[in-house]
Design a binder for this molecule. Structure first.
Ligand code: FE2
Ligand code: FE2
Length: 173
């Protein structure tokens, strides 16, 4: 049976990962509205990955005999001053998530929950990649600055990221 402190912490993190999905999907909507369709695709793929992060914790908690509690998800912001500002906000958010994961690992070590340590190590490694990608994106946006042509090309590049799944519905359905 899982320690209640770890179960509580995992439930809070399921919420944080689902909020991450909300945040990136909100950025995707804003990018689409600004006609940066490639960046919108990139953020949709990112939102999908965050749901996978949430579900990995969800499945683990069930496997360990814990109770999943889906709490209210906060509303994310809906607009940003520029594409650069949105990607900077994404980087800040990833740094915040890394801090949370590190605190969860501290708890797992404190209470000698070796199974949770194994799970959390996956997230520690994932956050290294998440921060690296987010930093890379910010640097690309800074490099192109206000040059319309370069921004257009960069948007195309962002659009090459594959989404994990597409939702087969249209407004006509
Ligand atoms: Fe995540
Ligand atoms: Fe993330």
């Amino acid at each position: 049976m899982i320690d209640q402190r770890m179960a509580d912490s995992i439930n809070d993190q399921i919420n944080a990962e689902m909020f991450s999905a909300y945040l990136y999907q909100s950025m995707a909507a804003w990018f689409a509205d600004q006609n940066f369709n490639g960046m919108a695709t990139w953020m949709t793929a990112q939102a999908q990955e965050e749901m996978i992060h949430a579900m990995k914790f969800y499945n683990y908690l069930i496997e360990r005999g814990g109770t999943v509690l889906l709490k209210q998800i906060d509303s994310p912001p809906t607009e940003w001053a520029s594409p650069l500002a949105a990607f900077e906000a994404a980087l800040d958010h990833e740094r915040y998530i890394t801090e949370r994961i590190n605190k969860m690992m501290d708890l797992a070590i404190d209470i000698r929950d070796h199974a949770a340590k194994g799970l959390l190590q996956w997230y520690v490694d994932e956050q290294v990649e998440e921060e690296a990608n987010a930093t890379d994106n910010v640097e690309k946006l800074r490099m192109v600055g206000d040059a319309g042509n370069a921004k257009y090309m960069l948007d195309k590049e962002f659009g090459t990221r594959p989404v994990l799944f597409t939702i087969p519905v249209s407004a006509a359905d």
